[in-house]
Ligand binder design. Structure first.
Ligand code: DC
Length: 223
């Protein structure tokens, strides 16, 4: 079974998806991490992120893996651990540009589809319910007010020791959402059949409960 969780930045997708996966005994696929790995490669190798062909070739040429570890997962490129680097500001600023290229998406989506072909998965991203797993048994569109999403991202970054301004984060999130929703290739939209879940005023655990119930119904009441 596949549970698809799509939504804008900071809606709580990865936290919800990780906890849900644990709860229902599924594996977690962080699809954004794969686009981040490609953006990281562009910076490392000095490839022009606007050069669609070069970026697709770059994505194709490297092995990108998500390795589950205690309490999370690591992102590796050709077996090199790049987890922290792919979450840094320079990658975050570039990733929406890279993810907008159809040729890059085709490479990455095919890999994601191969990963989730067997077993039970909770996958989060922007196009899971529309492109990666249009037949997912449960589809969720997770969202929250932009101010709340910015505050969550801000708290996360500050907890990690970063020196950032809330206003800047709000601006970055607005820019990234704009790019993700307006691109011509698999833009962020509510997938057919998706349940819209607003996390603005709801604690994470309650959101996970709600989705776990939907999974239970989809499994025929056995979950
Ligand atoms: O979820 P995230 O912030 O790590 O995602 C990073 C970027 O990758 C995001 O701006 C949009 C893009 N992305 C995408 O286009 N499709 C996905 N399935 C996941 C992420």
């Amino acid at each position: 079974m596949v549970v698809a969780i799509d939504g804008p930045a900071g809606a709580g997708k990865s936290t919800v998806a990780r906890r849900l996966a644990q709860r229902i005994g599924a594996a977690y696929l962080n699809t954004g991490a794969m686009y981040r790995a490609v953006a990281w490669l562009a910076i490392r190798d000095g490839v022009d992120p606007n050069d669609v062909e070069a970026m697709a070739t770059l994505a194709e040429a490297h092995e990108i893996e998500l390795v589950p570890v205690e309490g999370g997962e690591r992102v590796t490129v050709d077996r090199i651990d790049v987890t922290e680097a792919t979450r840094a500001g320079d990658v975050t600023a570039l990733v929406s540009t890279v993810a907008a290229h159809g040729a890059v998406r085709r490479v990455i989506v095919a890999r994601q589809q191969a990963i989730i072909r067997r077993g039970d998965w909770v996958a989060d991203g922007r196009d899971i319910g529309t492109a990666v797993a249009p037949n997912a048994e449960v589809k969720i569109f997770l969202t929250a007010d932009p101010e709340v999403r910015a505050k969550r991202r801000f708290d996360e970054l500050v907890a990690g020791g970063a020196d950032v301004a809330l206003g800047d984060i709000l601006q970055q999130i607005a820019t990234r959402d704009g790019l993700d929703m307006s691109r011509s290739e698999s833009p962020l939209v509510v997938a057919d059949g998706a349940h819209i879940v607003d996390t603005t005023d709801r604690p994470i655990d309650e959101v996970v409960d709600t989705i776990a119930e939907l999974v239970g119904s989809a499994r025929g009441g056995a979950g």
